[in-house]
Design a protein around this ligand. Structure first.
Ligand code: FAD
Length: 309
């Protein structure tokens, strides 16, 4: 085992690698610019599951007669639900901090930058230079800004925005029927929001077993979700003040007109792009690029740098 390891990024990729390195005897440092736990704990898996848990219970109790339950009407306390989501996130993020500490990992708050072979600069409250035998880059990914007219208008949000709306909207269009889009569709459909999912491909959940995808789609259709498969947003460059996205079937059906498909909110649970270059910007500028390779052990183009993805 290398004697000294630096991990950039405190998400599931980074904190697990750091803990394991420390357990194997390395002096381990972890650099995180935001919150420990990364996307998954803060704005991904965990908050979505906390919201979905309540939305599912809400839906079940509201239609309790189907399962032999009768009671007074149930109402949703959205602010309380958001508070609970945040308290779950806080608890788990705190747990990651505790695990790192218990395993002797030193956490550095700041933006990590691979400054050269075996060297990481940390830009935080104070500037630090760390050196190591091995650097593990676990900087995760960020949502890609979608390139459609109106994507920057108020009311068009990404998956992070969809997890803390001021209240569940009356209607919502979700651009993209991948796993995150479908999770958000299930969440808001259960909360009485009229959800439309626009997906370019003929089916939702690409890459997932087609029988499972079809079964899930059927369930969501029963919940009132409208699916527009084989459709995309109108790419018209016009952007009047009252612009609302319209959808076209692809290929355009003869004599068809665009469908007006939303009222106020459009969620673009966009694809993500790796933030590989971010921790290595100065290295890229000065020398050859630091890129992940597909070789054994995920080694990167710079010696002693390993990528988690
Ligand atoms: C809404 C949603 C729901 C999801 N649900 C699931 C699910 O149910 N199951 C599942 O398996 N996956 C789910 N995912 C995906 C999951 O969140 C990611 O696969 C996982 O977070 C990737 O972990 P990671 O450590 O590679 O990256 P991240 O979790 O993105 O962590 C990277 C960390 O690196 C930090 N960082 C980046 N650059 C630097 C730098 N230069 N210096 C210091 N720190 C830096 C970031 O701040 C971040 O904390 C979901 C994602 C979303 C958005």
């Amino acid at each position: 085992m290398a004697k000294k390891v630096i991990v950039i990024g405190g998400g599931p990729g980074g904190y697990v690698a750091a803990i394991r390195a420390a357990q194997l005897g390395a002096e381990t440092h972890l650099v995180e610019k935001e919150n420990l736990g990364g996307t998954c704990l803060n704005v991904g898996c965990i908050p979505t599951k906390a919201l979905l848990h309540t939305s599912e219970l809400y839906r079940m109790v509201k239609h309790g007669e189907r399962i032999g339950l009768k009671g007074d009407s149930v109402t949703l306390d959205w602010p309380a639900l958001l508070n609970r989501k945040q308290s779950v996130v806080r608890r788990l993020v705190g747990g990651v901090g505790g695990l790192l500490k218990a395993n002797g990992v030193a956490v550095h708050k700041g933006v990590g930058e691979v400054a050269g072979v075996g060297t990481v600069k940390v830009h935080g409250d104070k500037e630090e230079v760390l050196t190591a035998d091995v650097i593990i880059v676990a900087s995760g990914s960020v949502p890609v800004k979608l390139n459609f007219p109106g994507a920057d208008l108020p009311g068009v949000i990404d998956s992070i925005g969809a997890l803390s709306l001021p209240k569940p909207p009356a209607s919502m269009v979700i651009v993209g029927g991948g796993v995150i889009g479908i999770e958000i569709a299930a969440l808001y459909a259960a909360l009485d929001c009229k959800v439309t999912v626009v997906e370019l491909l003929p089916e939702i959940l690409p890459g997932i077993d087609s029988e499972i995808a079809a079964t899930l789609k059927q369930t969501l259709v029963k919940e009132g979700v409208v699916f527009m498969n084989g459709a995309k947003l109108d790419p018209s460059p016009r952007r009047p003040a009252d612009w609302r996205p319209k959808c076209w079937w692809v290929p355009k059906r003869r004599n068809s007109s665009p469908k007006q498909c939303w009222s106020r909110w459009a969620v673009a649970p966009t694809p993500t792009a790796p933030v590989w270059k971010r921790p290595a910007s100065s290295w890229n500028a000065a020398k050859s690029s630091l890129t992940p390779t597909t070789g054994r052990m995920c080694r990167a183009s710079m010696p002693s740098v390993i990528a988690t993805a």
